[in-house]
Design a protein around this ligand. Sequence first.
Ligand code: NAD
Length: 405
Amino acid sequence: MTVDPATTQPRVAVIGTGARSVIAHHVPDAFAGAAVVATVDPTPEGRARSAAQFPGVPVYDDIPALLAADRVDAAIVTSPDDTHADIAVALLEAGVAVYLEKPLATTLADADRVLVAAAEAGGTLYVGHNFRHAAVVRLMKQIIDRGEIGEVKTVWVRHFVGNGGDYYFKDWHADRSRTNTLLLQKASHDIDVVHYLSGGFTRRVVGMGDLMVYGDVTDRRDRRGEVMPDWFSFENWPAAASTGLNPVVDVEDVSMMMMTLDNGVLASYEQCHFTPDYWRNYTVIGTEGRLENVGDTAGGRVKVWNRRHEWAPDGDAEYAIEGVASGHEDADLSTMREFLEHAFAGAPTVVSPVAARAAVAAGALAADSMRDGSRPFDVPPLPTHVAEYFSASHLPSQSLGRIDR
Ligand SMILES: NC(=O)c1ccc[n+]([C@@H]2O[C@H](COP(=O)([O-])OP(=O)(O)OC[C@H]3O[C@@H](n4cnc5c(N)ncnc54)[C@H](O)[C@@H]3O)[C@@H](O)[C@H]2O)c1
């Protein structure tokens, strides 16, 4: 849908008023005239949060009630992962433009169901892979695009999920029947960025992982009515001393995967939920150099080595990471702006539903592999007409803060 942004005042609904629904506060800043006009949450606690967060905005129990009562042009879906596919399909079939939080779905079949529904409805689907808009990722992409490390050949990602106990093991995230795997819930960002930096999608994947620490924690409780950050504290340490874990804990707390991309790039991703520190470390090696980030928010650096020498901690060039010092508030605003400008002004996007599907495919099949003797799984292709429907263009790179040596 392409309309004149000057005359459009998109009416936006928020689906699921938990921790992540705060991104909807960006709506008025992201697109002039846009406003949150309704919310949906099936729980009394969610509806109470809606009243506090979006005062005066009507809240409905489910999608049919919303669609029957109100006209909405767009919806921001911030409900749990296992609800994404059904909600997105219902909204797309009703002609509503959808911002769907990552992961796109918890299975490849559901991911494909959403993309097919969008293509067949001729609708707008945007998956909230906000990490593409994070300063550290923009910086690494620009370095690669400038040719500073030559042609990318291999990408290695280590993910230290220091807040893992609080973020992923005290509610539905810990339950396979709700998330499938933390290679979707958590790693889908990084798998997407591996694809983005490499210029390809995973074709074959193997996985290995285990539940090593949180499975032995016997202090469990049902936290219905609470949401993050109600229970968050840096004092919750070490991980094995965690209390109040979700009654069901069966996702892996260490997950590792190796990927062969369709352009020949080889990649790996390792995730651990009981490290003391919380950040991601990327190494990208090309034919003429290597880059690595130290820190992933403001104050951090991306270093580039592209001359031959012995061990050199400083790199041959170093670039400051800009943006916020913690979290991803800046990327969230950029992402919301991109969604609304795409839906209501036809602007191109950096994120892509086809890439979101590729991330689900790699993560879900890596989980299948790690639960089946680490045997390799091949990613089945997306139907061509669906891929073509989403052929989105990419925006140009942004400016850099190079520190010369
Ligand atoms: N992109 C990011 O950086 C990022 C960060 C955090 C969370 N997320 C994503 O946001 C989503 C929500 O995560 P959260 O941490 O806010 O979860 P949460 O548990 O805090 O909130 C989920 C809310 O959805 C409601 N809900 C449950 N079933 C629903 C349904 N069928 N329809 C409508 N509402 C329903 C719940 O009552 C709750 O209020 C997840 O998919 C998660 O992956 C993305």
